[in-house]
Design a protein. Structure first.
Length: 244
């Protein structure tokens, strides 16, 4: 009997961790649908990975996400994995003189609101799919905030909380929710930063394994030890993470 091809949707598949997940899922025989805001960064994906389909979508806009979901479900009546990955970090200094001119909630929109729009748009089809999993990309900063990125850290902490509640709400429907909390990962978004970086491929592989096995959390690299270290020396560890 021919195996039924599994279907994944990945937000932010044109770069970094999202791109590594698209590549891995494609290599493992999944049908993959992905998006980003910039169509030029998406256009070579179907050639590089035949069968992968990409369309522009801005996860901060509910209507844009719904249009993307409608496009996907026209050809994919079931979805087995929803990856909420799109996001990014803006450094914000609340002591800066130009504070009033900054878009202070941009990181809440793209990291938190974006994930809410993305996940909720696919829930109707996830409910009738089996297996059905959600992978939410937050950050190690969800557990301990970075001083240079207060709003991003708060946005990821909100995703951490959201992941826990969704996990409980969706468990009776047979939908698992896995949160990925990466440390510094070698992607274009952080090319300007120094420090030990995990490869995006390594993080994607660990994340996919975790999501498919129904793990609650995937904490690659040093983030693996963070909850334990926060219990034994919370102030020292918070100070250390704050400076990164
Ligand atoms: N790299 C790290 O060290 C690190 C560490 C912890 C957590 N993370 C998290 O991992 C995720 C991926 O980060 P990355 O480092 O792989 O970043 P990246 O290389 O900049 O890739 C981000 C992807 O998301 C898309 N995107 C951004 N905003 C979007 C929006 N509003 N709507 C739709 N797509 C959007 C981008 O495409 P467009 O720009 O064309 O929209 C791109 O495809 C993020 O949630 C990030 O917070 C990263």
């Amino acid at each position: 009997m021919e195996a039924i091809q599994r279907v994944a949707v990945v937000s932010g598949g044109s770069s970094g961790i999202g791109l590594a997940l698209v590549e891995l899922l494609h290599a493992e025989g999944w049908a993959v649908y992905t998006c980003g805001r910039d169509g030029t960064r998406l256009q070579d994906l179907p050639q590089r990975f035949p069968g992968v389909q990409a369309l522009t979508c801005d996860v901060t806009e509910r209507a844009s996400v719904q249009a993307f979901a409608d496009w996907v479900t026209k050809s994919a009546p079931r979805i087995n994995l929803v990856v909420s990955n799109a996001g990014g970090l803006t450094e914000v200094d609340f002591t800066a003189a130009n504070l009033a001119e900054l878009d202070l909630v941009a990181d809440l929109r793209r990291n938190t609101e974006g994930a809410i729009h993305w996940i909720s748009a696919f829930l109707p089809v996830l409910r009738s799919s089996n297996p059905a999993s959600i992978l939410i990309v937050s950050s190690g900063y969800a557990l301990a905030p970075a001083t240079r990125a207060p709003i991003y850290s708060a946005a990821k902490a909100a995703l951490h909380s959201l992941s826990k509640s969704l996990r409980r709400q969706l468990a009776p429907l047979g939908i698992s929710v896995t949160e990925l909390l990466p440390p510094l990962v070698d992607t274009p978004a952080v090319s300007h930063r120094k420090g030990v970086k995990l490869s995006a491929n390594q993080v994607a592989a660990q994340a996919l394994r975790g999501a498919l096995s129904g793990a609650d959390e995937v904490r690659p690299g040093a983030v693996r030890f963070l909850p334990f270290l926060m219990r034994i020396a919370p102030r020292a560890i918070e100070r250390m993470v704050a400076r990164t």
